[in-house]
Design a protein around this ligand. Structure first.
Ligand code: ASP
Length: 329
């Protein structure tokens, strides 16, 4: 049997970073060097390695990820069996969710990184990349959309989040747990999540509509909120407190912004659904939804922002936006 074909695209991140002359680590390694450093990888798949970017992942843009998605879609059209994206862990949850929205294929897309650089004791990059390759070629991972593999755990793009700055166990899926694990070189899926059947989303090649993300804190007086429409944003995601709440004093301003652009309400707790029908006080979820705000469902703020950006790029109307977010509820 011929080996499966994998497309590996590297964008940078700690997994690629080596010591710089002036101190600290910088992204220097490309996909081919990373692949060559993993014992046993050549027996897992025939790998085509490319390195479109070498950056810290906080500098990645949705436009970058759209072009990665296009490269993966082209690779699938040419018959690759799976794809791996290597990048920094800081924004893996966003890249994974954006790819999940943009690449609608049965074949696995796996996003991977490392918490320790290749020159640190206990570097986790090679093990993570090996596990990612096993998942990307595995039959069991087909149909699950984009997955994130670190620390031998397999996470769904819609649930995964980086929850620690340092530990190799930094990645969690608070609402569902990991979908599976890699042990003894074998991929074991423990659960499957169906991807919502959304209309196709395409990012195109131009600049995407800017969507703001605003986290609400105690005593927020609304001045940032009221500035959003004047700053040229096309949409806004609010991370409210608890189940989706803002101070009563700014509830009216939320409604005024929602009259000018789509506003989506997420929760700064990062786990659990945004409520829709429990609290009735000014600034509560019932109040805000009544003022025209859309509910992010189970999506965190950063993920709701990506869905809203791509949906606005596609020209979706309010009803289409509402049903897309409801699909994640
Ligand atoms: N700490 C990051 C990482 O794990 C840096 C980055 O996201 O680029 O790769």
């Amino acid at each position: 049997m011929p080996l499966p074909r994998l497309l590996v695209l590297s964008l940078g991140g700690t997994i690629t970073m080596t010591a710089s002359a002036s101190g600290g680590i910088l992204p220097t390694l490309g996909a081919a060097e990373l692949v060559a450093a993993v014992p046993g990888l050549a027996e897992v798949a025939h790998i085509e390695a490319r390195s479109p970017l070498k950056v810290g992942s906080a500098s990645l843009t949705l436009e970058n990820i759209a072009s990665v998605a296009a490269e993966i879609i082209a690779g699938f059209a040419q018959g690759v069996d799976g794809a791996i994206v290597i990048q920094g862990t800081d924004t893996i949850e966003e890249t994974a969710f954006a790819l999940d929205l943009l690449v609608r294929d049965e074949r696995p897309v796996v996003v991977v990184g490392a918490m320790r650089g290749p020159q640190q004791p206990g570097a986790d990059g090679p093990a993570n990349l090996h596990a990612a390759a096993l998942v990307a070629v595995s039959e069991a991972a087909r149909g699950l959309g984009t997955l994130v593999v670190l620390n031998d755990e397999i996470h769904a793009a819609r649930f995964v989040r980086k929850a620690h700055t340092a530990l190799t166990s930094a990645f969690v899926s608070d609402m569902a747990g990991p979908l599976g694990l890699v042990a003894e070189g074998r991929v074991r899926m423990l659960a499957r999540v169906a991807r919502p059947a959304l209309p196709a989303l395409e990012a195109g090649t131009g600049t995407l509509p800017p969507v703001a993300l605003l986290k609400i804190a105690m005593g927020d007086d609304g001045r940032l909120l009221r500035a959003v429409p004047e700053l040229g944003f096309a949409g806004l995601v609010i991370e409210g407190a608890g189940a989706g709440h803002v101070p009563a004093a700014i509830a009216e301003s939320v409604g005024e912004v929602a009259a000018r652009m789509p506003v989506v309400l997420a929760s700064r707790t990062l786990a659990g659904p945004v409520f829709e029908r429990t609290y009735a006080y000014p600034g509560s979820e019932i109040d805000l939804l009544g003022r025209g705000v859309l509910c992010a469902g189970l999506l965190t703020g950063v993920k709701a922002r990506l869905l809203l950006t791509l949906a606005l790029a596609g020209g979706w109307d309010r009803a289409a936006l509402a049903s897309a977010f409801a699909a994640y509820g």
